[in-house]
Design a protein around this ligand. Structure first.
Ligand code: BG6
Length: 474
């Protein structure tokens, strides 16, 4: 019997093929999961050999370092059971489980609750005395506050909160994890990480992708649910949270929730100055002509779903009062450009114009490259005493250290039971609480149009304080 068993429910699906298996394959190749058994579970009544062929094909397509010899070692970890999400059929898994077993719900979101219940009824959710059971589930967690709470209740019927690992894959990204290290392991950051020194924060996740083949999901979700409620809210709370007194998953999550709880609620009266939505229409990216959202296959011709969302959030606490946090994300924008950009306030005193070359910025870049940039002013070489902007850059990657994908990171954490980079339910809940008034207001009206390949709707400007400008994503 393997030391650890990972059961993937939804093993014939896309997530398994594109992301989970390539990550598991790499971890195995690096010798990090020597004693793991992977049991695929799905509706198809496949043989183990058929499953192996399916996964081999997936790895040939999606694992960059695929090799026949490595595959021959990896395949020995695989097993398959066919069945529906029903307790009596899931019971067939029982004699394949190790004392340490992880269930991964690689399923469409409407099935999360069903699967969690059926596993519970099959009697596999209770941790054995000599081991553990964990349940991994990936966003979206509900489609609004009520459905998220209903899902929580359904899951908690058979699973303890501590057993549930909610994935937001942004928490597995190197740059996200670096935020904590950089903020708290450098002496000079904390004293200036507050409203006295910081003027504004911009968190941008811009994508050139359109809806791809996800029309059915995306047209119901939209950018606010798809990106802001989870990924950007996480980047926001990690940027704004107070330093940890103890390096502990519960303390960390308490701090993140504190941030969300301190956000000034957006109301029907303030929505126009705090939220903007957009939808792409036909446009162009380089030489490529792009169709509008409403002409994409599977999208309703009159769809009002937003493909761009921007928010202005204000935190009413001692650290942040008076600092706007601008968050935005959209599809079919000018480039794949993502960052957390922190602008510092002007220096005091009347510096001669020639000397002052602009405010300082600290930028955590996620795309196109992961790196940190600190924008400072330094003397311009020459006889005059004049300043010029200089960028101090630290590329994130280093030849001495291996990088891991978000799924590789999070799978390892899940095996080890480290909950630091998973969401506790109250984080999900508070993010929904903040956004419900926006979602409610957006049930009527229409998004502002922007040309595909542009920087988003011009109306996003109305969220900004005087003197602030959106950073360019082109
Ligand atoms: C997903 C969203 O959660 O994150 C997608 O559903 C988005 O719409 C994706 O494209 C972005 O993440 P990454 O890591 O692929 O850039």
């Amino acid at each position: 019997m393997a030391a650890t068993t990972l059961v993937i429910l939804g093993a014939s699906g896309d997530l398994t093929k594109r992301l989970l298996m390539p990550a598991l394959y790499r971890l195995h190749a690096l010798g990090l999961t020597p004693d793991l058994r992977i049991v695929g579970y799905a509706m198809e009544s496949w043989s183990r050999e058929h499953f192996e062929r399916h996964i081999q094909k997936a790895l040939q397509d999606f694992a960059p370092d695929y090799s026949a010899s490595q595959w021959n070692r990896f395949r020995r970890q695989l097993d398959y059971v066919g069945g529906e999400l029903k307790a009596d059929q899931l019971s067939a898994l029982k004699d394949r489980l190790s004392p340490a077993t992880l269930f991964y719900l690689a399923l469409p979101p409407p099935l999360f609750g069903v699967a969690a219940t059926a596993l519970g009824e099959a009697g596999v959710a209770k941790s054995p005395r000599n081991g553990w059971r964990r349940l991994v589930v990936e966003k979206p967690f509900g489609t609004d506050l009520a459905s998220a709470e209903a899902l929580r209740t359904q899951m908690h019927a058979h699973w303890e909160e501590e057993q549930i690992l909610r994935i937001d894959h942004f928490l597995g990204k190197e740059t996200t994890q670096n935020l904590m290290v950089f903020r708290f392991a450098n002496r000079f950051i904390e004293p200036i990480w507050n409203a006295q020194h910081i003027a504004q924060v911009q968190i941008t996740y811009a994508e050139t992708l359109g809806v791809e083949k996800r029309a059915a999901y995306y047209d119901k979700a939209g950018a606010l649910r798809d990106m802001l409620q989870n990924h950007l809210m996480q980047l926001f709370s990690l940027t704004a949270m107070a330093p940890l007194a103890e390096w502990d998953a519960e303390v960390l999550r308490n701090h993140k929730v504190e941030v969300l709880r301190s956000v000034v609620p957006i109301t029907a009266a303030t929505i126009d100055s705090h939220a903007v939505r957009g939808q792409y229409r036909a446009g162009q990216l380089g030489r490529k002509k792009l169709i509008g959202y409403r002409s994409e296959p599977g999208i309703a011709r009159g769809s009002r779903t937003e493909t761009f969302a921007a928010l202005r959030l204000e935190i009413d606490n001692w650290r942040w009062r008076g600092v706007p946090f601008y968050l935005r994300s959209g599809k079919r924008l000018a480039s794949n450009y993502s960052e957390i950009a922190v602008q510092f306030r002007e220096v005091p005193g009347a510096l001669p114009k020639a000397v002052h070359a602009g405010n300082n910025w600290m930028i955590f870049r996620i795309r196109p490259v992961e790196q940190m940039d600190l924008l400072v002013t330094a003397k311009r070489p020459g006889l005059e005493l004049a300043g010029r902007p200089v960028v101090l850059t630290a590329p994130y990657a280093s030849p001495d250290h291996r990088e891991f994908s978000a799924y590789e990171q999070l799978l390892m954490d899940a095996f080890e039971g480290d909950r630091t980079h998973f969401l506790r339910f109250d984080e999900v809940e508070w993010a929904w609480r903040l956004l419900m008034p926006v979602l409610d207001a957006w049930q009527s009206g229409t998004p502002d149009f922007y040309a595909a390949g542009s920087e988003g709707p011009t109306s996003q400007k109305r969220l900004l304080d005087a003197g602030h400008a959106w950073r360019s994503i082109a």
